[in-house]
Design a protein around this ligand. Structure first.
Ligand code: SF4
Length: 344
């Protein structure tokens, strides 16, 4: 049981014997990736957050790219952005704290309009989601009349509200082909759209959005990683450029990559995606050696334990989506769910 925090006392965030005892099992879980000297800093926040979320009937949703102390020690639900929003909606909690970026909090609000959705740092954005607006989508409709528009879930609520259907990185090809159209606009990720184009006969019209984390990987970097590393298995996210995907042994979503490690138990693996994901998957599969080129998402890393505690203590910052926009955005998500949702 986590001791409740006395907010009037500065000592309440100290690494007391009670906090050490209450958090010891959690440290065992993350000891492989969190240095022992860091634990006295994290533990008081972890204890306070876990006590407060219980009192408030709140749940914390943590994306795969969150740091191990958030992902493993305070989160109630973990996963990709869509699974977080869907699982959050199924809970009886009144309050959702999104340990992720802003579009993810919006997606949670779209699927849980009756719940209070909080984001611990309202500046946690996303280069991909911010590459396109609802007005851009309306202009695309004028330029390509009658061409269906598919939006990756990494988009704002206003973009989801303007498009015909959403997709994830796992079901993008399936969604595009379900439309039965000779050409489809696939936005905003240019590289995901190129990946889809390489796997379908449907003509794909792309947008020029990129994830600033995945676009930094290069094919040359993968070739260098392989040098002298016998049996290195390379798993890459489809938000990476095509020359990276060409070097990979497997291309898949975050869930797909995690499943691949579980099913195939490679001796040595590298996940070509955001850095913290390797830490979180490594905890699940201690027998696998992870090679870690570290590209951090600066937006995801705005979310910290102190900010999660502050969000719960102050009920800030609440994420709102206008009801009509939320209704239309929800339709785009529901159309995608009707097509299907494979994990890889
Ligand atoms: S990793 Fe890329 S897609 Fe994900 S939040 Fe960061 S910038 Fe956006």
């Amino acid at each position: 049981m986590f001791p409740a925090r006395d907010r009037s006392s500065p000592a309440s965030l100290e690494y007391s014997p009670a906090v050490a005892r209450a958090t010891a099992p959690l440290y065992e879980r993350v000891a492989r990736v969190v240095p022992e000297m860091e634990w006295p800093i994290h533990a008081p926040y972890i204890a306070a957050i876990n006590a407060l979320k219980r009192d408030l009937n709140a749940v914390i949703l943590a994306h795969n790219y969150q740091t191990p102390e958030i992902f493993n020690c305070v989160a109630d639900v973990v996963g990709d952005s869509l699974s977080l929003a869907r699982e959050g909606a199924k809970t009886s909690a009144k309050i959702i704290v999104m340990a992720g970026v802003h579009f993810m909090a919006e997606t949670a609000k779209i699927l849980s309009p009756e719940k209070t959705v909080l984001i611990p740092d309202a500046r946690a954005g996303c280069s991909l989601a911010e590459s396109i607006t609802g007005a851009d989508v309306r202009l695309l409709r004028q330029r390509y009349p009658g061409v269906p528009i598919v939006a990756y879930v990494n988009t704002s609520a206003e973009v989801k509200a303007e498009v015909d259907i959403c997709c994830t990185s796992a079901n993008a090809v399936q969604v595009v082909e379900s439309l039965g159209a000779p050409e489809v606009i696939c936005l905003p990720d240019e590289y995901l759209a190129q990946y889809v184009a390489s796997r379908t006969k449907v003509k794909i019209i792309t947008w020029h959005g990129h994830c600033e984390v995945h676009e930094r990987f290069t094919g040359e970097q993968i070739r260098l990683l392989r040098q002298g590393q016998d049996n290195l298995v390379v798993l890459a996210h489809p938000e990476c450029p095509q020359d990276v995907l060409a070097e990979a042994d497997f291309v898949g979503s975050t869930a797909g990559m995690s499943d691949y490690v579980g099913i195939h138990s490679p001796k040595r693996v590298v996940l070509i995606t955001e850095c913290s994901m390797s830490d979180n998957v490594a905890i699940q599969y201690p027998e696998v050696e992870f090679v870690r080129p570290c590209n951090l998402c600066p937006h995801m890393k705005r979310i910290t334990l102190p900010k999660i505690l502050h969000a719960l203590e102050t009920m800030t910052t609440e994420v709102m989506v206008a009801p009509e926009m939320a209704r239309r955005a929800r339709l785009s998500v529901e159309r995608m769910l009707a097509v299907g949702l494979p994990r890889a």
